[in-house]
Design a protein around this ligand. Sequence first.
Ligand code: 13P
Length: 257
Amino acid sequence: MSRTPIIAGNWKMHLDHLEAIQLVQNLAYHLERADYEASELVVCPSFTSLRSIQTLIEGDRLELRLGAQDCHWEADGAFTGAVSVGMLARLKVAYVLCGHSERRQLFGETDEITNRKVRAVLAADLSPILCVGETLEQREADRAGEVVLAQLRGSLADIGADALERMVVAYEPVWAIGTGRTATPADADEMCGVVRRTIAEDFGEPVADGLRVLYGGSVKPGNVAELMRRSEIDGALVGGASLDPEDFAVICRWHRL
Ligand code: 13P
């Protein structure tokens, strides 16, 4: 089955809304029709920039899609500081990152919390980008496959196969995030294959065939093409390099490299 690749930029806690506007304008200047046709191009700004970027995308008719970096699972209520999926949907957000390793490690988010978020995102007809990935210690102990499998099963508990049509998974080994150390294309491909096989076992082949599995962790202009050539890798979730419009544009042009 042919799957439309996704190139998504996760800006993390960088850029105020004015800087975010400037980055998107600059990025759009570098992109051509063929780039939008080759992949879905997504930017995930911080909450305070979402409205500005939504307005820019609509005003300039850009074909960029909007993603959010997190959400709360409840529709509303006394959850100071939290943002609901409904609020994101009103801003035409299409994708929501769930269970990013920084949320897991720095904010104590468990598979159970991630599962609630994934379910809330799916219930609102948005697409979760569920992030999974092992630490260096786990990889060195030869436990990468087992860890990723447990994260997937925990985060996807009580979800029906039909709801998973819109799901995206990002395999992001923790040791490769922001370190300049990328998984080798072969290792990344193998782990994305583990993700797909687990989904096939639990939800059936058709769901697994349609599932887009992204790789994330020090994706740069110099390594994106080789990663994208691998059959199990359907795209990239890019941190640092997505903050530089020229670098991110080159990554979005992977199909021409
Ligand atoms: P880097 O590309 O900076 O390694 O970040 C990856 C990431 O965490 C994307 O979500």
